[in-house]
Design a binder for this molecule. Structure first.
Ligand code: M6R
Length: 613
């Protein structure tokens, strides 16, 4: 999705803006641009394509300005081209802005402004914003310090949709105005400098102190101050938050790609996520939560709502919560949930999972649940992200920044955290056999070591990838909890290897999909539930008979001779087995993508945070 960077300080803005845009590349984009104030005039440079194209533009090295805004655009309204890329200016070239989000009523606003004599040069929804700022600025007869801010505030009052906006003006060479609504934007602060970005890693090398903005808080930045205003333009106070991530966590650290680094970081991510939350001798600790037995006993349903990989994490924990807490759990895709009129009331607990905390559909589903009277709990990897500010309660995975578009360490950390949450609820409710809880705790504590063990299959998987990377179709099979891993493995394969793949509950195969099995096709099966081993093996035999090449991921003692490759994993509780079973599948999609020479970290058409619906 679009990325925003901003700088105001005493250094040249251009190199800082370009470096920030490069760090946001992983979000996905198709054009890039910057605007700086040069000797009391606005300069704009932008182009279609990569940030590298922008940094090669003639004249860009001559930019001296110490205040500037920058943007990577992911096309929504209008094709990727120079005219549609940001920054955009008003007709008089007094204001430059960048915008992330979607202005839903831009057609109306465009008509209004056209009638007032404004001309539009792009197909974007964004271009109405600088022109509206100009319109309100020109109409304002008060010539005080807040005139620019008032124009931005009046503009935002007209906008329907989502936005994060940075605005600069040649009339105010020492000011930048910033505002957000349902779209991410953070402000990093040092004594004489302010840095802005859509997310923290882009500016983590400059500061660890951040202001996290709430919706419709307006900010006036100078080099050494940040003033915050509410929607009535009354000044409000805001504290900074210190972010503990270090810079090397946002760098590749010697790995070829972020995805490979993040796969290998899983033992640490899981260790950090477990933290001090569980121990064998005491009850589970969540300092952020204050659920009571009375409240939890009144709950008659839990919804887990999320998108993509985060939804798969939810699916794989449904069983743990149901078995440990005796509360029915439904898992839903956020974009479906919000439009299907789910039955929600004050007896419903809704859990929302989002690595980024900025996924538009998940945030909208959360708002709907709150309005319907449910208590809401957010699980995110990003402190202060939108979802955590909306929810009644928030807990965090401590996976560190996840840069690769394909989610790996966030998924396994989410599965760990949901299992710990299930234990926390179960210990309050006292409805579950204590041995089951102790056993699960023991297994969770052993996970970091077992993930290290599982990662040892890397070379075998790399070789297997060489044999199958030219395949056009693949199948992933599993039963019970293994079926949820099959879904996640299949998603990874599609998104970074561009191989068409399907996942099925193994028993469903003979009800239709088996018609697609033909000589040489690869079928990957996950087999960790001892009660279902024999059944799943029978299903695999059915595809072997029809000529399939088979890879089996298992922690069971099985006869290996009938399969092409078997990856053995350490044994663990079936509740957390997805954390180990997914590792060979993450590696397989990674190495197939590498064999095909694809851009692993930035797969085509995909964005890291999907901030539009
Ligand atoms: O930031 P979120 O966890 O809300 O993102 C949800 C999905 O967009 C995300 O998991 C997506 O499916 C990943 N690219 C999968 O690898």
């Amino acid at each position: 999705m679009c990325g925003i960077v901003g700088y105001i300080g005493n250094k040249k803005a251009c190199p800082i803006l370009i470096a920030g845009l490069s760090r946001l590349e992983y979000r996905g984009y198709d054009s890039a641009g910057i605007s700086t104030i040069e000797k009391n005039d606005l300069s704009i440079m932008k182009d279609k394509g990569r940030v590298k194209n922008l940094s090669n533009l003639e004249g860009i090295d001559n930019l001296e300005g110490t205040i500037g805004i920058a943007h990577t655009r992911w096309a929504t309204h209008g094709k990727p081209c120079k005219e549609n890329s940001h920054p955009h200016q008003d007709n008089s070239k007094t204001f430059s802005i960048v915008h992330n989000g979607i202005i839903e009523n831009y057609n109306e606003l465009r008509t209004f402004l056209t009638e007032k004599g404004y001309t539009f040069y792009s197909e974007t929804d964004t271009e109405v914003i600088p022109n509206l700022i100009h319109y309100y600025y020109s109409k304002d007869s008060q010539n005080d310090d807040l005139k620019f801010l008032r124009a931005v505030k009046n503009t935002c009052a007209d906008l329907k949709g989502s936005f994060a906006i940075e605005a600069i003006s040649k009339l105010y060479p020492n000011n930048m105005i910033v505002v957000r609504k349902d779209s991410p934007l953070v402000i990093g602060t040092c004594e004489d400098e302010k840095y802005l970005a859509s997310d923290i890693p882009a500016i983590l090398s400059y500061t660890k102190d951040f202001y996290l903005l709430d919706d419709l808080e307006f900010v006036v930045l100078t080099r050494n101050s940040a003033k915050f205003y509410n929607q009535d333009l009354e000044e409000i106070t805001k504290d900074t938050q210190t972010i503990e991530w270090n810079m090397s966590s946002a760098e590749k650290d010697g790995f070829d790609d972020f995805m490979l680094k993040e796969i290998n970081e899983q033992p640490t991510a899981i260790r950090e996520t477990i933290g001090a939350r569980i121990s064998l001798n005491s009850k589970c600790q969540f300092d952020e939560l204050s659920f009571t037995k009375d409240y939890l006993s009144s709950i008659n349903k839990i919804y887990i709502v999320a998108c993509g990989t985060a939804m798969h994490a939810g699916l794989s924990c449904k069983n743990a919560i149901e078995k440990l807490c005796k509360i029915p759990v439904e898992v839903d895709i956020a974009s479906e949930f919000r439009y299907r009129s789910p039955i929600i009331d004050e007896k419903t607990l809704c859990i929302f999972i989002s690595q980024s905390g900025e996924t538009a559909d998940t945030i909208a589903a959360l708002k709907l649940s709150k309005e319907s009277g449910a208590k809401t709990l957010a699980i995110s990897n990003v402190i202060g992200s939108s979802i955590t500010r909306e929810a009644d309660y928030s807990i965090y995975t401590h996976a560190g920044p996840e840069i690769a578009v394909a989610s790996t360490k966030a998924y396994t950390s989410q599965v760990v955290l949901l299992n710990i949450l299930a234990i926390y609820f179960a210990e309050i409710l006292e409805v579950c056999d204590e041995n089951l809880i102790i056993n699960l705790k023991q297994n969770i504590l052993e996970l970091p070591k077992k993930v290290e063990e599982a990662l040892k299959c890397t070379d075998i998987i790399k070789d297997f990838a060489k044999q199958i990377y030219l395949e056009k179709d693949m199948f992933f099979l599993g039963r019970g909890i293994d079926e949820t891993v099959a879904r996640e493995g299949s998603l990874k394969m599609k998104e970074i290897s561009y191989i068409h793949s399907e996942s099925y509950a193994a028993g469903e195969l003979k009800h239709g999909p088996i018609a697609l099995i033909e000589n040489g096709i690869t079928v990957i099966s996950i087999l960790t539930d001892e009660n279902l081993v024999k059944k799943t093996i029978s299903n695999i035999q059915e595809v072997i008979t029809r000529g399939a090449k088979t890879l089996v991921i298992t922690n069971q003692n099985i006869d290996k001779t009938m399969f092409d490759l078997v990856i053995n994993l350490p044994k663990t509780s079936s509740f957390v087995s997805p954390i180990l079973s997914i590792i060979p599948l993450q590696l397989l999609s990674y190495y197939i993508s590498k064999e095909k020479g694809l851009d692993v970290d930035k797969p085509r058409n995909l964005a890291k945070s999907v901030t539009v619906e």
